[in-house]
Design a protein around this ligand. Structure first.
Ligand code: SIN
Ligand code: FE2
Length: 217
């Protein structure tokens, strides 16, 4: 699929659901790239295996993570940061595959952020029971640039709150192929994922893989 095809496929208006100023769900947007995305995830996991990071407070995260791109997000007892080197292997993270780049750029443009070019992709692997507590993404250098989040595998309930931790939290069901983009006024909205229910996906089995694209550096 070429960028032009992807752009044409992305012109279907009924698949866009605004989530307030600066945020949007693009239903099924990643399906056009499904096969190359799944292949690329497997190739990245072979080079930089998913691992359970530890928070600065010493808790093991229930979501397993790895990265692709010039920068990767890591957490350990010292804190959160972006690092060009995978601490497990001592080597750079695998490069961002072309299908990842095409999808992230096209989704951001579709959601109103033309010119977004990511330099980091955090891959999250959820199993039934895995969850991600409410947080803001704020380790990136330019907080004006969006986050592009791609859901693959079994369904999840995404939690999308406001700019304060105590603001009301929307629940947004996400399925294989959905893409959420948030930037601008929405960039620092709190978000998270409820514990996953047991389920099965034909390509990914009992798991959900989420890709979040960022311009970190
Ligand atoms: C994240 O906040 O980094 C991931 C969100 C998701 O898994 O949908
Ligand atoms: Fe996040």
């Amino acid at each position: 699929m070429t960028t032009a095809d992807l752009f044409a496929a992305s012109q279907t208006p009924r698949r866009d659901e605004p989530l307030g100023d600066g945020a949007m769900v693009l239903r099924g947007f990643a399906l056009a790239e499904e096969a190359p995305l799944l292949q690329a995830v497997a190739a990245i996991a072979a080079q930089a295996p998913f691992r359970h990071l530890v928070t600065p407070g010493g808790l093991r995260m229930s979501v397993a993570m790895t990265n692709a791109g010039p920068l990767g997000w890591v957490s350990d007892h010292r804190g959160y940061r972006y690092d060009p080197i995978d601490p497990d292997s001592g080597r750079p993270w695998p490069p961002l595959p072309p299908a990842f780049m095409r999808l992230a750029v096209a989704a951001a443009a579709r959601a109103g952020f033309p010119g977004f070019v990511p330099d980091a992709c955090l891959l999250n692997r959820y199993e039934p029971g895995s969850r991600l507590s409410l947080h803001q993404d704020r380790d990136e250098r330019d907080l004006g640039l969006p986050i592009v989040s791609v859901s693959l595998g079994i369904p999840a309930m995404f939690r999308f709150g406001g700019l304060r931790r105590t603001d009301p939290v929307q629940r947004v069901p996400l399925v294989h192929g959905d893409v959420v983009v948030w930037g601008g006024a929405a960039r620092l909205r709190f978000h998270g994922v409820l514990p996953l229910k047991p389920n099965h996906h034909e390509a990914l089995g009992e798991c959900r893989i989420n890709l979040t694209f960022r311009k970190a550096g």
